[in-house]
Write a new protein. Structure first.
Length: 544
């Protein structure tokens, strides 16, 4: 369904005003400083690539094969994340799905699990000599197909990334104006037709943003592809760093940046079309939920399959390893360190993303849009490369900050700025510029309008983006290993250190603690907005 005429006019008028207004100096300075910090790793790569014969790696057939394998993995994982995340979000937010709040929290739990732990659990359940193999041995099955390679890497990464699509889609479904859907129903459209022609076009930006985060996550992942023995660019970068071929590793890192630019162009094309804003404050009510009726068992089967595959099986493997452990030591200090640094980073990164998004959308110029696009580039770099870049700059130019918490926080800012920016951008796109224009017409300064009008209306998106950053910091590993202060352990580093010596029982303790620590934050994010009314208290629309 096309945007209403007055909404289109308002969007055009806001765009014209965005080009004529001068961006506030403070807002511009903060945004430029943040993006400059994000560009430190690419700058390091460019400098390091010029100090040797690294460029010769681009002419090798193996490099083309690595790029092809990386893109194939990205395509498979992004499609899988959309297929799982979008239906789950729609069922939780737009239908009378039983225990919707519980399904919301359960579907978000994989965000708390490091991707390499997901890969380990899959290997423990379905790999050679895994649980399934042991159960089938009495039946004469002595060998199962090897899941390592593309299948295993894809499943593990879908497990780790589909919540990105899920949470951003949930936030978008909560933000759109339900009056448009009501109007479509009033014209005789059935629920499925309303979903396809009205709802999906309005959440396309959020889905594209989730797919972008998924793609960036996949091309920067190292743990899963290493455990699943699937050669990608990140694995090649690690091998070349280990074999003292730093120049070639830097060139391959620049290839990742180039792939990011391609992904940004695809995301811009995918979200396309005009943005539909709320027509004023909206209807002041929650949207009507669709009664699933006879489709309830189908919906519950789908949700159960997702939670069983992506949550229950990994947790069961961890509990099994824990039960077999000879001794248990709980890393309390690592848990405190993880939560404290994750909270600080989530707040800093989310607030830092606001000026960049506001400049690009409310003061539209070629340089503000380019600033926003450049902010995504460093997120494609593996944490290993970000860590190496900051080690290089810290040791040479900032020795007083080397191996300190501020430098580690800067690494997290670089790694996860794009996650916060996607959530902020999605939230800002749903804010009607007419409310801001009215505040400015009453004499308020631009920064006052941002604080008192824009940010409160972006609350759901800010919370979603901050939650993504918080959970990502909890499980970040490579940059933490390189930059953490001496004696500063996190739950992720505890898991990795125990895994490297095959102490799976000991590794299960911090891995399970990650889930326990993350659960309250996931619940708060799930409760915000969605729990304002219980499904049984909402009017239902007949299902198809």
């Amino acid at each position: 369904m096309a945007s209403p005429p007055d909404a289109s006019f308002e969007a055009a008028r806001a765009g014209g005003n965005a080009r004529s207004r001068r961006p506030p100096v403070l807002l511009t300075a903060v945004a430029a400083t943040c993006v400059a910090a994000l560009l430190l790793p690419p700058t390091f790569l460019a400098v390091r690539a010029g100090l040797g014969d690294g460029w010769s790696v681009l002419t090798r057939a193996t490099t083309a094969a690595l790029v092809g394998r990386t893109l194939l993995l990205v395509a498979v994982v992004a499609a899988g994340a959309i297929v799982v995340g979008v239906p789950m979000a729609w069922l939780v937010v737009r239908t009378n799905l039983p225990a919707a709040r519980w399904w919301m929290a359960a579907s978000s739990l994989p965000l708390a699990m490091p991707s390499f732990v997901a890969a380990l659990s899959l290997l423990g359940a379905f790999g050679p000599r895994g649980f399934l193999q042991q159960l089938l041995e009495p039946l004469g099955v002595d060998r199962l197909p090897d899941i390592r390679g593309l299948p295993g890497a894809a499943v593990a990464l879908v497990m780790a990334t589909f919540p990105y699509v899920f949470l951003l889609t949930v936030a978008a479904l909560r933000s759109i104006d339900p009056s448009l859907e009501d109007a479509a129903r009033g014209l005789g459209r059935r629920p499925l037709g309303v979903l396809v022609s009205v709802t999906l076009p309005q959440i396309r930006r959020a889905v594209a943003g989730g797919a972008l985060i998924t793609g960036l996550y996949v091309i920067s992942d190292f743990g899963v592809v290493s455990l699943m023995r699937y050669d990608t660019l990140t694995r090649a970068i690690f091998v070349r760093n280990e074999t003292f071929q730093a120049a070639q590793a830097a060139v391959l890192g620049l290839v990742l940046v180039a792939l990011t630019i391609v992904f940004l162009a695809l995301e811009h094309w995918a979200r396309g079309g005009r943005t539909t804003y709320r027509l004023g404050p909206g209807t002041g009510r929650t949207p009507r939920r669709i009664a699933l009726g006879r489709w309830t068992p189908v919906a519950l089967t789908f949700c159960s399959s997702v939670v069983l595959t992506f949550v229950a099986i990994p947790v069961a493997v961890l509990v099994f390893w824990l039960a077999r452990a000879r001794s248990i030591e709980v890393p309390w200090q690592a848990a405190v360190n993880s939560v404290a640094v994750a909270l600080v980073v989530a707040v800093i990164v989310t607030l830092a993303a606001v000026p960049v998004s506001v400049l690009a959308r409310r003061y539209t110029r070629p340089w503000t849009v380019a600033l926003e696009r450049a902010a995504y580039a460093s997120n494609a770099l593996p944490g290993l490369v970000v860590g190496l870049a900051l080690v290089f700059f810290g040791a040479r130019y900032m020795p007083q900050l080397y191996q300190t918490l501020p430098l580690l926080i800067l690494a997290y800012l670089i790694r996860y700025f794009a996650q916060a920016l996607t959530g902020v951008d999605t939230a800002l796109a749903a804010v009607n510029p007419r409310a801001e224009e009215a505040a400015r017409g009453l004499g308020r300064a631009p920064l006052a309008v941002l604080v008192s009008v824009t940010l409160p209306m972006m609350r759901a998106g800010l919370l979603s983006g901050g939650t993504l950053v918080f959970l990502s910091v909890l499980k970040e590993l490579p940059a933490t290993l390189l930059l953490r202060p001496t004696g500063f352990d996190t739950l992720a580093t505890e898991v990795w250190s125990q895994t490297t010596v095959a102490a799976y029982g000991a590794a299960a303790v911090p891995a399970l603690m990650l889930l326990v620590v993350a659960a309250p934050f996931l619940y708060l994010a799930a409760r915000d907005g969605a729990a304002q009314a219980a499904p049984e208290k909402l009017p239902a629309v007949a299902g198809t």
